[in-house]
Design a binder for this molecule. Sequence first.
Ligand code: DON
Length: 310
Amino acid sequence: MIKDIANLHAKLQILLARQKNLYNQGRVTNYIPALAEVCPKKMAACVATIDGSSVGAGDYQEAFSIQSISKVFGLVMAMNRIGDDLWQRVNMEPSGQPFNSIIQLEWEKGIPRNPVINAGALLVADVLTSHFSASKLAFLSFMRTLAHDDTIFIDNHVYQSELSHGNRNAALAYLMKSFGNIESEIPDVLSHYFTQCSIAMTCEQLATSLLFLANKGVDPITKKVICTPRDAHRVNAILSTSGMYDQSGEFAFSIGLPAKSGVGGGVVAIVPNYGVICTWSPPLNSFGNSVIGTNLLANLAEELGLSIYH
Ligand code: DON
């Protein structure tokens, strides 16, 4: 499906070189102190396609903190485990608020707007904590299976840093518990959530691990069913409307692909029936999305003619 690998590799390198003047337009996050230690000049892009090819450039084989990108995998695990019951406890609408906002959650009686804002991901973490005897291990093993790579690891330094600066997430979880929408004990939910956010992966591993969402729920390489076609559709729909938080409208308008960002600077975009693009650059814009990662995606999508709205 990548017709000319050498040509795409050359394109990626040219696009990466073009981003260098954008470093100063973003700020590396520091509310999780360990993430502020990452070199702001790291930059990568990788394209993986459903025929099993992949092409990367820059630091695409260097592991970074996947952070909120983990919410996509948690959502799939929770959908597989409890099915439609999930949608009694979390909504599927854009929030129009920052990813870690608490205001809306009180108005809406502890039901998060969607599963990819922090409140929604904590709800999903509660589902996983309550339904798996060892949810953190199950999560890590799911990631390793999807990426076909047993070396994927939890970065304990990032985990400890999140745990000691996690008061806002704790507030979201306790507020939901006060409305009866959290089953497990809050420290267990937070521990699961911070663990999944602290997983370190490369652009290449992330792009590979999400191929099932570009292939109606089936891992195109192993042919293993990861989720139903209906759930793959639903996850892609949520990523299209909410994956880039309050920048999702602009992202759909200018790029047109289901996508998810993380405060580690990673961005993944699903191209149905084609593959997955993953970009990485740590400086973030005011929405918490990678400045260069988003711009690189825009450039690549345009260059390759990729959009779900064509
Ligand atoms: O809970 C948090 O705030 C972080 N562990 C994850 C947030 C995040 O990645 C938002 N994405 N851009």
